[in-house]
Design a protein around this ligand. Structure first.
Ligand SMILES: *[C@@H]1O[C@H](CO)[C@@H](O)[C@H](O)[C@H]1NC(C)=O
Ligand SMILES: *[C@@H]1O[C@H](CO)[C@@H](O)[C@H](O)[C@H]1NC(C)=O
Ligand SMILES: *[C@@H]1O[C@H](CO)[C@@H](O)[C@H](O)[C@H]1NC(C)=O
Ligand SMILES: *[C@@H]1O[C@H](CO)[C@@H](O)[C@H](O)[C@H]1NC(C)=O
Ligand SMILES: *[C@@H]1O[C@H](CO)[C@@H](O)[C@H](O)[C@H]1NC(C)=O
Ligand SMILES: *[C@@H]1O[C@H](CO)[C@@H](O)[C@H](O)[C@H]1NC(C)=O
Ligand SMILES: *[C@@H]1O[C@H](CO)[C@@H](O)[C@H](O)[C@H]1NC(C)=O
Length: 458
């Protein structure tokens, strides 16, 4: 009797541990290679193992990397490059040949688990490749099945810009230019093949777009007392990442696919950048990435408010700081490691390290000025300048004749000075940087000559 009464409990325990076994909630790393000073593939794989990463993602295929992981338990995600999508979509022999030469020779010794078709292709300009994405995914899957590569799932990573609404999360909705023609067929494919929705998600980009109103700790997954309630769902959010992820969960549900699992194909935070790039420092990068590891390797998995308990496999971007990446300075500073293999800050992807040595907090996360924006109108600007200067407290002393900021005597420079001076003084009392749409915030220092414009230190 006792034996039988215990059986259901035993079964429950077994079921739980089996489901973790099938999809271990462990964190991986994106191994980008856009640097002219990076270690060899073999050395890089050693470094990945030292990080205790369990998964890696590469941006293409690479025989040396696939060989280097053969005696490890690393699972790998490989990628069909964007430029090959049209050929893969229209030509089954092309898809077959590609899989035969890039995947089959290494499988199963290399644990190839995900084959991603393209990278963030819906983030580019409107382009006929969009409509070839799902046909290419179908053909590649057909090739993979024909060759008996049973454990390889097919997906495609999309960025948050696949949504046209994401706040509050329950309003999550896919972009109307792709919702019916690309996303729905993709969701049908992912659902039918039990694959994942691969999402590239950065709270960092959301935070820099509105650093005044979004709390930095909320974006860094630090404990705060902030709770954001979603009036549509009644759910409560305590960090920005959950909010962004659930916007995608709600968008999928809205499109009729409530059960597709999410896979974070990229997330991360820059450890450096150009002087005017906000919040890009070692302290924030270490804080965010350690919190991500902690969250996504926790057992039992916390999931998100909309999907409590969900296992969300996650890859942190990136392994190295990559000096050949184009774009803003931050793009070259997403690594966990310097190109020489040294850690930029201590981090352990196993999730087993609970306490790290404290890092010095930066004195500032950058500065903001309130300046004249585009679409200026001289009459309106003169009015706003005079308003800003009439609020007392010597807001405009520096731009009066003889003041440090008087020369050059330009309306735009003077108005920028007045806006910054007014906004920084009266911000705490509720002033916003607007002036009827004439003003805008910038992190680029507008100071000129010996004139320093007043700034707000984040
Ligand atoms: C269309 O997008 C694909 C995939 O991102 C890219 O390779 C190709 O160059 C783009 N074509 C045009 C005409 O922009
Ligand atoms: C289809 O792909 C095969 C293999 O790559 C190639 O030989 C053939 O020319 C392609 N057919 C067309 C119509 O492009
Ligand atoms: C949260 O609020 C409590 C009580 O007001 C306070 O003691 C604590 O320091 C706050 N925590 C944070 C992280 O702000
Ligand atoms: C999911 O979508 C269905 C059908 O549109 C809707 O009835 C349901 O409320 C949605 N669930 C959530 C959690 O939003
Ligand atoms: C590795 O590179 C970093 C950044 O350039 C440097 O600070 C560090 O001293 C280097 N470490 C070694 C062991 O050379
Ligand atoms: C410029 O602003 C003034 C005052 O606000 C307004 O009367 C005028 O219509 C505006 N001119 C243009 C071209 O928008
Ligand atoms: C005006 O300046 C004084 C002295 O700097 C300061 O104490 C006061 O708070 C300021 N008032 C406002 C509204 O900013």
């Amino acid at each position: 009797m006792a034996f039988f009464s215990y059986t259901p409990l035993l079964l429950l325990t077994l079921t739980a541990s089996l489901s973790y076994g099938a999809m271990e909630p462990r964190v991986g790393v994106c191994y980008g290679d856009l640097g002219n000073n990076l270690p060899s593939r073999e050395k890089s794989v050693e470094l990945i193992q030292n990080l205790n990463a369990k998964r890696i993602k590469i941006y293409g295929t690479n025989a040396a990397t696939l060989k280097a992981i053969q005696n490890t338990d690393l699972q790998i995600s490989i990628m069909l490059p964007n430029g090959l999508i049209p050929a893969a979509a229209s030509n089954q022999s092309f898809a077959d040949d590609w899989v035969k030469s890039n995947v089959a020779p290494f499988y199963p010794k290399s644990k190839i688990r995900y084959l991603l078709v393209g990278n963030e292709i819906l983030s580019n300009q409107p382009n006929s490749t969009w409509f070839k994405l799902v046909p290419a995914m179908r053909r590649i899957r057909h090739s993979v099945k024909k060759l008996g590569l049973k454990k390889v799932k097919i997906g495609t990573p999309l960025a948050m810009d696949c949504l046209e609404a994401s706040y509050p999360p329950s309003a999550g909705r896919f972009r109307s230019d792709v919702a019916d023609r690309v996303i729905k067929p993709m969701l049908r494919f992912l659902d039918r093949t039990k694959s994942f929705f691969f999402l590239d998600v950065y709270t960092y980009f959301a935070w820099i777009s509105d650093p005044i109103n979004i709390n930095l700790d909320y974006a860094l997954l630090q404990p705060t007392n902030i709770t954001v309630s979603d009036p549509g769902s009644g759910l409560k959010y305590t960090n920005l990442l959950d909010q962004m992820i659930d916007a995608v969960h709600f968008a999928m549900n809205r499109s009729g696919y409530p059960n597709i699992r999410l896979f974070l194909a990229e997330t991360g935070w820059p450890n450096g950048g150009d002087p005017d790039q906000l919040g890009a420092n070692v302290y924030n990068a270490a804080t965010y990435n350690r919190n991500v590891v902690r969250k996504f390797s926790a057992k039992p998995p916390p999931g998100t408010p909309a999907r409590p308990g969900a296992v969300i496999p996650t890859m942190i971007f990136a392994l190295f700081n990559e000096n050949s990446k184009p774009g803003l300075g931050t793009e070259r500073h997403f690594g966990q490691l310097y190109p020489n293999g040294s850690y930029i800050y201590p981090i352990d992807f196993s999730g087993k390290t609970e306490h790290y040595p404290p890092l010095p907090k930066p004195s500032s996360n950058g500065r903001l000025w309130c300046v004249v924006g585009d679409g200026r109108n001289a009459t309106a600007l003169a009015g706003a300048l005079s308003y800003a200067c009439s609020q007392g407290n010597r807001t405009c002393d520096a731009i009066r004749a003889g003041g440090k900021c008087f020369k050059p005597n330009s309306l735009i420079r003077h108005a920028s000075y007045a806006f910054s001076s007014y906004w920084t003084q009266f911000r705490a009392a509720g002033a916003t940087c607007s002036f009827n749409g004439l003003a805008t915030l910038t992190s680029r220092d507008p100071s000129y000559g010996s004139c320093q414009l007043p700034s707000f230190n984040l």
